[in-house]
Ligand binder design. Sequence first.
Ligand SMILES: *Cc1c(COP(=O)(O)O)cnc(C)c1O
Length: 383
Amino acid sequence: MAKVTPVNDTYPVSPPRAWAEIDLDALRKNLGVARAAFGGDLMAVVKAGAYGHGLEEVARALAAENIAFLGVANVGEARRIRMAGVETRIYLLGATWSEEREEIVARDWTPCISSIDEAEQFNRLAAARGKRLKVHLAVDTGMGRGGFVADHLPEKLAQLERLKHLEIEGIGSHLPSADEDVEFTLQQFDRFHSIIQDLGGPARFQWLHLSNSAGLLGYDPGLCNLSRPGLMLYGISPLPAFQGRLATVMTLKSRVTLVRTLPAGHGISYGRQFVTTRPTRVATIGIGYGDGYPRHVSGTGADVWIRGRRFPILGRVTMDQMMVDVTAGADVIEGDEVEIFGANISVAEIAAKASTVVWEIFTGITPRVLRCHHSVESGHPPS
Ligand SMILES: *Cc1c(COP(=O)(O)O)cnc(C)c1O
């Protein structure tokens, strides 16, 4: 056996170079905005680690607010929520694997059904346990990702209703372009409504749901009594007109690790795409694409926030560090806290500069970034 040299553990712990502060009071406030705008019940979408905000902490905070469901992408996420002691009903937003269905039945998670085959398997598994599993009928009204296509739906529902160990308690569909195409989305609402009428009317189902954040904020809910907001809970409106109502939940932060003055004609970062044209005070910041900050913002004039002012990023973002022009900020010194995005630099602005969407920026923040949850109401200070 190789000998392990003991580590001297009296050295100080190396503080993280990048961290995300998550404001759970702001999360609760945004849930309240969703509730007020929709009127009906909510399924809070917490897939992908609550959009990078920390699955367990966010699930616990939202569960305490009396929501009808937590929406997750897969069984692994459902399991983590249960392990965290959360009792709120869990809905699986996407298709499930055959091997996962026994656990889904055993733990009473709620799947959406896209085929007769999967319904039959769920029915057999529920029969074996002597129970009735609540499931939702997924219909594809335009997303093209899952659910039954719209033709012959009444016959399909009749077939499903013959499976005595399933209870078809809900019907759901999904909006692909509620933040891009109003006309198509309105047609989709109409299509969903006529499907519901063809299947016996809204009273046939306990839960009827179609809207994501954009659908909830921008459209009349019609026959729906449940909505599935994700992004807006995390403080970003997919429809900019509603941004003012939402509170910032995540602030991504880092620190200045070094400040130097470089002479004119000095290249900065890989590829030397930026070369100074004057003596330049350059701050090095301890965050990079290895933390999930998008390398694609390189060269787009994206800013960071230090001591109450914006400063532009110079050259390419590297894996662990990036450089910022602080010539105009003589007061900027090593150790200064830097807001990468948050209340002052919107994550939406960074996403636009990186030619992507806020969903991808949030979920791309890597495990190296420490998540610190705080909440005034529960009395927990920022950790
Ligand atoms: C992710 C997802 C949502 C939430 O969408 P947002 O745009 O983040 O509000 C709602 N429904 C389904 C089916 C989803 O996959």
